[in-house]
Design a protein around this ligand. Structure first.
Ligand code: NAG
Length: 401
């Protein structure tokens, strides 16, 4: 009896493998050099074309081998593909062109993009290097007076309309701007990523989600010059857990409503994460001209280490603080739970709910929060304006009830 069970297991495995062959397409077989100097884009395009046009019944994979450094110019991998599952396995290193001139005449918002690919899995033990330095040096954000400064720099990985996709196990460094962008996608999972860019780099968000639903981001280490993760407009059912964030601007919902649009963001859960020396921790930021809703948000089990604004809602977000005039509009923020949040802040306002005078925050629930100053003994306060809610065990108290 006890020998039958493993035997059945092995037989089961063998039959499932033969039932679903994975056809692999190695970029070396398509003429990639792997020297990191010559453009290997064509080899990648050709391998992708064959994988994407593979058998409908099977799975297909593009393999980027471990031995090699592959220089890619701006590149877009299009679906839809025949196989229900496509693997894009990065074992070696992929590097971007070092100079922004490689984007001349091309869309400077993206470097590696996937579009309309359902069931795409991008993973491997490899490294993807965006070589952002030259872009950072010419960004209008940091060099507003520089001739020909740029506002828009490439995202390393853009997933556009990629339902049921995954991105995992990779190291992504030095993006010219956002590292990973998930847009117009439903059911996307990010797991076990390491994202790293220097603290003083412009708009280098770790992961940005926009117009997407059922997105999970877990077990990742993110340090950059902007938000570790930012949640944009038209998003719902977003689950973020086990993130180590820092340096960076924290995990943010927003900024939303910049152009007066109807914001629609709901069912967001951010849990079991830590922030080290970030400017913000749990943040929601909206422009006054925005309308619509942010609702059903949970921030729980978070630890802050020397964070400037551990808990913050800023409904007066503006390019230059204080320069936007008072508006009668605002995004309605409701049902936000803050639970089990601990640690230290480097400023003297631990909880700052700066809600709109016109459209107040409601249904704020705070439970078990203890935030103290990074400098032992220094007093801490909370500032909660135009916010309605309840609190239990909150230090420093927000509502004072
Ligand atoms: C709230 O926002 C207004 C407008 O930007 C600003 O003047 C004020 O200082 C903010 N309050 C706090 C406590 O940050």
């Amino acid at each position: 009896m006890d020998i039958m069970f493993p035997l059945m297991l092995i037989l089961g495995l063998v039959t499932s493998i033969t039932a679903l062959p994975i056809m692999n397409f190695d970029v070396f077989d398509y003429g990639a050099t792997g020297f990191g100097e010559d453009d290997d884009s064509q080899a990648f395009m050709d391998a992708w074309r064959d994988a994407c046009n593979g058998e409908t019944e099977g799975e297909a994979g593009v393999i980027v081998p471990e031995v090699g450094s592959f220089l890619l110019n701006p590149i877009m991998f299009y679906g839809p593909c025949n196989p229900q599952i496509i693997h894009f396995i990065i074992l070696g290193t992929i590097i971007a062109p070092g100079s922004p001139t490689s984007w001349n005449g091309l869309d400077s918002s993206q470097w590696i993009a996937f579009k309309d690919v359902t069931g795409l899995n991008v993973y491997g033990s490899g490294l993807v290097n965006g070589q952002g330095k030259r872009w950072w040096d010419q960004s209008c954000r940091y060099h507003p007076n520089k001739d020909g400064c740029t506002k828009l720099a490439p995202t390393v990985f853009k997933f556009l309309s990629c339902n049921e996709g995954t991105l995992s196990n990779l190291q992504i460094v030095n993006s010219p701007q956002t590292h990973v962008l998930i847009i117009d996608s439903k059911g996307f999972t990010v797991d076990n990523l390491m994202i790293q860019s220097p603290q003083n780099t412009p708009n280098t968000d770790g992961i940005h989600i926009h117009s997407s639903h059922e997105v999970k981001i877990t077990n990742s280490i993110i340090g950059s010059g902007d938000d570790c993760i930012s949640i944009g407009d038209f998003t719902s059912n977003i689950y973020i857990a086990n993130i180590i964030c820092g340096p960076g601007h924290g995990i943010s919902i927003g900024s939303l409503g910049k152009d007066g649009e109807m914001v629609q963001v709901e069912n967001i859960r951010i849990s079991d994460s830590s922030f080290k020396r970030t400017t913000n921790g749990a943040r929601i930021k909206t422009w006054q001209v925005g309308q619509g809703n942010i609702r059903h948000v949970i921030f729980e089990n978070l630890v802050f280490d020397d964070v400037e604004n551990p808990i913050i809602i800023d409904q007066y977000y503006c390019d230059v603080r204080g320069m936007c005039k008072e508006e009668k509009t605002g995004v309605k923020i409701s049902d936000v739970v803050y639970k089990n949040l601990y640690g230290t802040s480097s400023t003297n306002i631990a909880i700052n709910l700066n809600c709109s005078r016109s459209v107040r925050c409601s249904g704020i629930k705070m439970k078990n929060i203890n935030l103290v100053s990074t400098q032992p003994g220094k007093p801490m306060t909370s500032s909660c304006t135009n916010a309605v809610g309840t609190e239990v065990g909150v230090n420093p108290a927000c509502f004072g009830n």
